[in-house]
Structures are given as structure tokens and as C-alpha cells.
Design a binder for this molecule. Structure first.
Ligand SMILES: Cc1cc2nc3c(=O)[nH]c(=O)nc-3n(C[C@H](O)[C@H](O)[C@H](O)COP(=O)(O)OP(=O)(O)OC[C@H]3O[C@@H](n4cnc5c(N)ncnc54)[C@H](O)[C@@H]3O)c2cc1C
Length: 383
């Protein structure tokens, strides 16, 4: 977010580095009196100026993007975020909001020497309401914590992605993250009922509504979701919770082509209707890459296939495994599926790490999969 596209104090002198086609001028020094004013807003401990301490905020895990920043601010409240934005706008200083720094396209990286505003300290769950099935949490709450807190009250917060142990609710909404359950629950946009946002001039837009049937006026919330911080900084969100499924079953399927995968999707939607929660297509390269470079990862199918599908069924009754078996049997009968294994997680909890599978790139097996009933004999996975 920026109060002024080009900070007036920024110079373009010095060497420039290009990474992923982004020309990066060296970070300019921030006037010391301004640093002092920002420091006063968040407190000394939460204004980071040492370049060694700044490093984790300006690089990302793959080292595809590397930015520069003279200052990282770590506010602990909406009021502090508002004060930072107001000051930044008054002085034409550009800000880059950052959550868990897991974004894959460099939106959270200060490419042009912006001040980073890290939201990770704002990690309180303000309210869980099982009557309205909502959870109101601050932007810096880690996705996995939100999932766990929902599970503790027997509810599901369905957003799930490989980065869930590090990414934040603010980042998920700002990127409108999709994840592995988008098929059943939609993308992040569809999981938020209301937002609290700080605008560039420091005004706070409080839209933390729990109301599902809200048909009033403009839908400002949707302007900020997917905006990657360009229109404001999300400080809190009211999220939808869902009933927790009693049974979750996963299958790994080998097939010949994306066209066959679409046929299997169609069978799955017909047979399992609303229980199909994930359906992810993987190429053989992706599986090969995981098996070759991942730790303790094996392909559960004994022979290679050009394409794979990782699919998950959830149910409020104990019938997900039977439904999955029926879908795969039909797929085998119609020569759509070449081979498949079911994890039967609820029956064989040690079978595999569902988390690993959910990262879309890894499939981890520690014990043999449950056989599925089909007219074609299934090869058991062997270690
Ligand atoms: C292993 C892995 C798997 C992934 N899988 C998926 C997937 O299945 N589907 C998918 O859509 N994405 C996926 N992603 C990318 C995904 O978008 C991010 O991981 C996550 O949503 C970003 O959250 P974050 O807190 O890390 O945000 P960051 O990376 O810190 O920031 C991302 C963007 O949001 C902005 N931002 C962050 N917080 C705020 C805030 N509070 N207010 C305003 N703007 C803010 C930043 O400026 C930046 O533009 C994956 C990433 C990884 C590493």
C-alpha cells in the first residue's frame, strides 16, 4: 500500500539488481526523525532497523525475490496500524504489508525499498461464536491455528493449503487463496463475512459483520479481498465456520490424461455430490519431483502413470470410504482409472500424513493403503 507511488526522498543512484524481471533500486535511507516517529508508534522492540534482523522479511523461502527495506514495523493493534498508515501517507512513504511471507509471487516483498509492516503480532482470535458459526480473528493469526481453534469447538474452518503452518488469515484474504478445498467451500473470499481494514490515510473501516443474510449497500469487503494490500491493510476478519465432518477419506489415482481426470471428476460429483472436498490433478513430473527430493515420500502406486488425481471425500456420516470405493470402482469399470489406492484415514490413521498429501506435491505413505473393491485387481503398495 502506498500513500505516494514514489517516495520523494528516494534516489535512483547506485547499482540496481534485477530479480524475476523486477528492477530494484537500492533501499534509500529513511530520515532518522521519521524512523523515530514510527518507532514511537510500535515501541522500540517492534521497529526493526538492523539489516540482519530485516533479512527474513525481505527474502522468501525459494529466494526468487529479494527486496530491500530500511525499516520493518511490527504493530500489535489496529490503532497502531492506523497510526503507521497516517504517518506514512503524510510523508509519502510506501508501505508493504506482510503476513507469513509465504506468497509465491513476491507481493509481500519490498522491491523498491518500502517500509514493511508485518502483521504477525496481531494474532488474537477475538471471538468464536458457535451460534452464528463464525470466528473473528486478527490478520496475523496463522491459518493452522485458526483451523485448530475451530476444531476445538467442533467446527471446521475449511481453507487448507501447503503453507498453512506459516501463512496468515490476512495474507490468505489479501491473496484470495484457493487451497485444496475450493471445490467444496470456495476460495478465501467466500469464507469471509466481514473485514476490519485500515485505509491509507489511517481511517479504520469496521465491517466485522457476522450476518450471512446481509443485503445492505455496497460490498466493500470484496474490494479488499484479493487486493494484496493495495487498497488497505486488513487487520481482522470474521470468518465462516462449518460443521466438522465425521469421516474424511483420500484416494490417490493414476490415469492417462487430464481428459480422463475430468471424467472421474464428473463421476465423483454425480456419486458423492457435496461430499467431494478436494480433487487435485498432478502431472508425473510433480510426483517424480516429490518422490525424488522430498523426505520419506514414496509414490503409493507401484507403477508410474502420466497423470494423477488426489481426491478427498468428507462426510458428516461414516460413509465416505464406501462412497470413494464406489467412485473408483466405476472409474475402473469405465477404463477411466488405471490404478488407485485409498488412504482410509479414519480406519487406518497411521496410513499416511494427510497434511503432506494436501500440499498437492507430496504423497507420503508409511503403511499399506486399504484395498479398494474393484473388478480390476489393485496392486498393494509395498515398501
Ligand atoms: C507450499 C505453498 C502452498 C500454497 N498453496 C496455495 C494454494 O493452494 N492456493 C493459493 O491460492 N495459494 C497458495 N499458496 C500461496 C498463498 O497465497 C500464500 O501462501 C498465502 O495465502 C499468503 O499468506 P501470507 O500470510 O504468507 O501472506 P504474505 O505472503 O505475507 O503476503 C501475500 C500478499 O498479501 C499481502 N498481505 C499480507 N497480509 C496482509 C494484510 N493483513 N492486509 C493487506 N495485505 C496483506 C502482501 O502485501 C502480499 O501482497 C501457497 C504457498 C505455499 C508456500
Amino acid at each position: 500500500m502506498t500513500g505516494c507511488a514514489v517516495p520523494p526522498w528516494r534516489g535512483n543512484e547506485g547499482t540496481q539488481e534485477t530479480k524475476m524481471n523486477i528492477v530494484q533500486p537500492p533501499a534509500p535511507p529513511l530520515p532518522p526523525e521519521l524512523v523515530a516517529r514510527f518507532r514511537k508508534v510500535v515501541g522500540d522492540k517492534y521497529a526493526v532497523t538492523d539489516q540482519a534482523d530485516i533479512a527474513p522479511y525481505v527474502t522468501e523461502e525459494r529466494d526468487l525475490f529479494r527486496g530491500r527495506s530500511p525499516l520493518v514495523l511490527r504493530p500489535g493493534s489496529t490503532a497502531e496500524v492506523a497510526a503507521i498508515c497516517k504517518l506514512a501517507t503524510e510523508h509519502g512513504i510506501a508501505l508493504v504489508p506482510q503476513g507469513g511471507n509465504t506468497g509465491l509471487v513476491g507481493g509481500q516483498t519490498p522491491h523498491h525499498g518500502e517500509v514493511v509492516i508485518s502483521m504477525r503480532r496481531m494474532d488474537k482470535i477475538r471471538d468464536i461464536d458457535t451460534a452464528s458459526n463464525t470466528m473473528t480473528c486478527e490478520a496475523g493469526v496463522v491459518l493452522q491455528i485458526a483451523q485448530q481453534r475451530a476444531a476445538e469447538v467442533d467446527r471446521l474452518f475449511p481453507l487448507s493449503l501447503g503453507a498453512e503452518g506459516s501463512c496468515t488469515i490476512g495474507g490468505n484474504l489479501s491473496t484470495n487463496a484457493g487451497g485444496t478445498t475450493a471445490l467444496a467451500y470456495g476460495v478465501a473470499r467466500e469464507m469471509a463475512l466481514g473485514l476490519e481494514v485500515v485505509l491509507a490515510d489511517g481511517r479504520v473501516l469496521n465491517g466485522l459483520s457476522k450476518l450471512k443474510k446481509d443485503n445492505t449497500g455496497y460490498d466493500l469487503r470484496n474490494l479488499f479481498i484479493g487486493a494484496e494490500g493495495t487498497l488497505g491493510i486488513i487487520t481482522a476478519a470474521t470468518l465462516k465456520l462449518f460443521p466438522k465432518p465425521r469421516a474424511v477419506e483420500t484416494a490417490f489415482v493414476g490415469l492417462q490424461s487430464p481428459a480422463q481426470a475430468l471424467k472421474l471428476l464428473s463421476i465423483s460429483q454425480n456419486e458423492a455430490a457435496g461430499s467431494l472436498t478436494s480433487f487435485e490433478l498432478l502431472s508425473d513430473i510433480a510426483v517424480d519431483f516429490s518422490v525424488r527430493h522430498g523426505i520419506d515420500i514414496r509414490d503409493p502406486l507401484s507403477i508410474k502413470h502420466p497423470w494423477y488425481v488426489l481426491m478427498e471425500l468428507s462426510s458428516s456420516r461414516d460413509d465416505a470410504c464406501a462412497a470413494l470405493e464406489a467412485i473408483l470402482a466405476k472409474g475402473l469399470d469405465e477404463a477411466i482409472v488405471d490404478d488407485a489406492v485409498i488412504s482410509c484415514a479414519t480406519r487406518c490413521p497411521r496410513h499416511r500424513s494427510r497434511k503432506a498429501a494436501r500440499s498437492s506435491m507430496t504423497f507420503q505413505c508409511r503403511s499399506p493403503p486399504c484395498p479398494i473393491s474393484s473388478r480390476k485387481p489393485m496392486r498393494p503398495w509395498s515398501s
